[in-house]
Design a protein around this ligand. Structure first.
Ligand SMILES: *Cc1c(COP(=O)(O)O)cnc(C)c1O
Length: 415
C-alpha cells in the first residue's frame, strides 16, 4: 500500500523543495509550467548549478597529475564524486565506480570491452522487448562483430516481462543479460534481482540499465548482485554529459580498456604500452570535470531529501496520475503493470501524439511524444508513438490536474 501524499509531506516539505528549482516557477506560453518530461531530463536545483558555477569561477584546472593548487582542488572535488556514488548505490569499493558520459556511453563500454572479450560465434545476449535503443544497438554492433546472437524476452499486454519465456531462453550459451530496470516508455519496474539470480545460475553476466531507476528508487548494487549497473547524471538533478558505470571489481580488473589515450595508461612506449588500473583504465582523456563535480552535489541533494521519501512521493504521485488519466474518455494507457514508477504513457485513437504534445505545450505542459527511443516496444503495442508524462519528486497534484485539464482541452479540437 502506497503512503498518501499528505503523510509523506508531513515528513518532507516538498513545497519548500520546489523553491530550489527556479526553472519550475516560470510561465510558459502564458501558463504555469507543468514540467512532466523528467524521464528525458530532470531539472537541476540551484545547489548543483551553484556548485558548477563555483568550480568554473574558482577551481577550474585539469584533473590528475597536476602539482599546482588549482589542479589539486579540481582533482579532489572531481574524485570526491566517486565516493558519493559508491555510497549512493552501496557499491563495495570506490574503484568499482567508472566515470562515463552517460548511460549510452556506459553500455557501449561494457558491450565493447566485456562483450568483445567474452562473446564468440553462437553465444547469446539476452535483452528485453522494452529496452531503450541505448541498450539494443551497442549489443547489435558487438554481436555483428563477434557472431553472437541476440535473444529478446517478450512483454505481455500489461507491460510486464514474460519471465517464463526468459527462463526458457537461459542456457550455457547465454553470456550476457542486459535489462532495463524501469521502463522509460511504460513505467514498468522489472524484477531485476530475480533476473540476475537466474542469469547467474548459467554464469551469464548481468547489466542493469538504471537510467530510470537511480533517480527514483533506493539502489543497492550489492543486494541486486548485478555485475554492471549504469545511469546518467542529467536524469537525477545533475548536468548533461556525465554518467556512471558500476562494475564488480573482479569484472573490471579483467576487462580490456575501451578507449585509448591519456590518463588510462601506466607506461607508454612505441614498443609496448601498459594500462592503468580500474577505474582509470576506462577513463581516457580530459573528462567533463564540472559535470562530475555537479553529479556529486546532485546525489548529496537527493540523499538530503532521502531516496525513501522521494520514492514514496513519486509512487503516490504516479498512482494519482494513472487514476486521473483513466477518467479521460477515449484515453488508452500503454503499459499497465502493477509495478510502476514515475512514468505513464497513453494514446488516443484519433489524436496523434505529436498534436497532443504541441497543444499541451501551448498550455504550459511539457510532455514527451514519440517512440521514446524504444521503437520495439511501440511496435509490440501496435502504436507509432505515445504521449508520456514522467514525474519527479518536485511535481505536484496541481501539475497532474493541469495535464488532465489540458488533455480534455486538446480533445475538444478533435471532436
Ligand atoms: C535516457 C535513457 C537512456 C540513455 O541515456 P543517455 O543519458 O541518453 O545516455 C538509456 N536507457 C534508459 C532507460 C533511459 O531512460
Amino acid at each position: 500500500m502506497n503512503k498518501s501524499l499528505a503523510s509523506i509531506s508531513e515528513q518532507v516539505d516538498f513545497d519548500k523543495i520546489r523553491d530550489d528549482f527556479p526553472i519550475l516557477k516560470q510561465e510558459v506560453n502564458g501558463h504555469r509550467l507543468a514540467y512532466l518530461d523528467n524521464g528525458a531530463s530532470s531539472q537541476m536545483p540551484v545547489q548543483v548549478a551553484d556548485r558548477i558555477d563555483h568550480y568554473h569561477r574558482y577551481e577550474h584546472s585539469n584533473v590528475h597529475r597536476g602539482i599546482h593548487t588549482l589542479s589539486q582542488r579540481a582533482t579532489d572535488a572531481y574524485e570526491e564524486t566517486r565516493g558519493k556514488i559508491q555510497t549512493f548505490i552501496n557499491a563495495r569499493l570506490k574503484d568499482e565506480i567508472i566515470y562515463t558520459t552517460g548511460t549510452t556511453d556506459s553500455i557501449n563500454l561494457v558491450a565493447n570491452s566485456y562483450g568483445g572479450q567474452h562473446l564468440g560465434k553462437g553465444d547469446e545476449i539476452i535483452l528485453t522487448e522494452m529496452e531503450h535503443h541505448a541498450n539494443i544497438v551497442p549489443w547489435q554492433m558487438i554481436a555483428e562483430k563477434t557472431g553472437a546472437v541476440i535473444k529478446v524476452v517478450p512483454v505481455d499486454d500489461s507491460g510486464d516481462l514474460d519471465m517464463e519465456a526468459y527462463k526458457s531462453m537461459l542456457s550455457g550459451k547465454t553470456k550476457i543479460v542486459s535489462v532495463i530496470h524501469i521502463s522509460n516508455a511504460l513505467g514498468t519496474i522489472n524484477p531485476v534481482k530475480e533476473i540476475t539470480e537466474l542469469a547467474h545460475e548459467v554464469d551469464a553476466a548481468v547489466l542493469i540499465d538504471g537510467a530510470q531507476s537511480a533517480p527514483h528508487e533506493v539502489i543497492d548494487v550489492q543486494e541486486l548482485d548485478c555485475d554492471f549497473y549504469v545511469f546518467s547524471a542529467h536524469k537525477m538533478c545533475g548536468p548533461t554529459g556525465f554518467g556512471i558505470l558500476y562494475g564488480k571489481k573482479e569484472y573490471l580488473d579483467n576487462m580490456p580498456p575501451y578507449r585509448g589515450g591519456g590518463d588510462m595508461i601506466d607506461k607508454v612506449s612505441f614498443e609496448e604500452t601498459t594500462y592503468n588500473v580500474a577505474p582509470f583504465k576506462f577513463e581516457a582523456g580530459t573528462p567533463p570535470i564540472a559535470a562530475g563535480i555537479g553529479l556529486g552535489t546532485a546525489v548529496n541533494y537527493l540523499s538530503s531529501i532521502g531516496m525513501d521519501a522521494i520514492a514514496d512521493r513519486e509512487h503516490a504521485l504516479v498512482e494519482y496520475l494513472v487514476e486521473r488519466l483513466k477518467t479521460v474518455p477515449g484515453l488508452r494507457l500503454i503499459g499497465e503493470s502493477e509495478h510502476r514508477a514515475s512514468v505513464a504513457s497513453f494514446v488516443f485513437d484519433h489524436i496523434h501524439a505529436s498534436d497532443m504534445g504541441t497543444l499541451l505545450d501551448k498550455r504550459g505542459i511539457a510532455v514527451r511524444t514519440g517512440h521514446h527511443c524504444a521503437q520495439p516496444i511501440m511496435r509490440r503495442f501496435n502504436v507509432p508513438a505515445t504521449t508520456r508524462a514522467s514525474l519527479s519528486f518536485y511535481n505536484t497534484e496541481e501539475d497532474i490536474d493541469q495535464l488532465i485539464d489540458g488533455i480534455k482541452y486538446v480533445k475538444t479540437f478533435f471532436e
